[in-house]
Design a protein around this ligand. Structure first.
Ligand code: CTP
Ligand code: CA
Length: 226
């Protein structure tokens, strides 16, 4: 999918993207994290910039080079991501939550390195705030795009998330599909929107970024007509 370079459908639009994993500290030397390369979010940031947007990328730790032309804010924990999103979301036209956010954090981070002792070590975890659900509750005109990662019952789970989090588009990943998920440069997803469920063919994360952004532009246009 190629646009003419002179055609900038996101000109003067602000796009906020979260990407990568979060890290929840256990002690000064250890953390809990999720599998996430950041590739999907970085590809979206790159494409949004190419389409003319002012792009802010809030990213957890990844091995990727920062995309050209994009304002990058680096965070580690889900709470840091949440605080940063809260300080930025009101001015955005589009918000895309591609990050693999940690669902739980360690209740009390140890000041000193935890020493190896008993055979069993128990950690107490506490639930993190759901950033996407917060955006769904507080949005005004922003178009909100969430992701979902599932290993079974993809459509049911994704539909539930779409409704619960009040998204405009939910991009659902089935980790068990060949070519999908965090390990790959490709992805195979299903779009869940208000009145449709659309299976998208396997494609590169670059091409999928273009498709997602086009879908979001369409949703915004339709909202303003109606
Ligand atoms: N998400 C978020 N804040 C969290 C957890 C998730 O913003 N604390 C966002 C993710 O960035 C993603 C979407 O919610 O866009 C769905 O994430 P996912 O992990 O698939 O769903 P959860 O609601 O966390 O449910 P579960 O992990 O139990 O399937
Ligand atoms: Ca989760």
């Amino acid at each position: 999918i190629e646009y003419c370079l002179c055609n900038k459908p996101l000109k003067n639009k602000r796009v906020l993207i979260t990407a990568g994993p979060t890290q929840e500290a256990i002690d000064p030397v250890r953390y809990i994290t999720n599998h996430s390369s950041g590739k999907m979010g970085y590809a979206l940031a790159k494409r949004a910039f190419e389409l003319g947007a002012k792009v802010t990328l809030i990213t957890g730790p990844t091995n990727l080079d920062f995309p050209y032309g994009v304002k990058v804010i680096q965070i580690k924990s889900a709470s840091e991501m949440f605080e940063t999103v809260k300080s930025k979301y009101q001015k955005q036209d589009y918000i895309i939550k591609a990050a693999a956010v940690g669902d739980y954090r360690v209740k009390e981070i140890a000041q000193d390195k935890i020493k190896k002792k008993d055979d069993i070590l128990q950690l107490e975890l506490i639930k993190n705030d759901d950033i996407l659900a917060y955006l769904g509750q507080h949005k005004t005109d922003q178009i909100i795009c969430g992701f979902a990662m599932e290993t079974k019952n993809l459509i049911d789970h994704a539909k539930e998330k779409f409704i619960k989090k009040n998204c405009d588009l939910l991009v659902a990943n089935n980790l068990n599909e060949p070519g999908a998920g965090f390990k790959n440069d490709t992805n195979k997803v299903t779009f869940i929107a208000k009145d449709k469920i659309q299976q998208i063919e396997l494609m590169t994360k670059n091409n999928l970024s273009d498709l997602i952004l086009k879908e979001l532009i369409k949703i915004k246009e339709e909202k303003h007509v109606n």
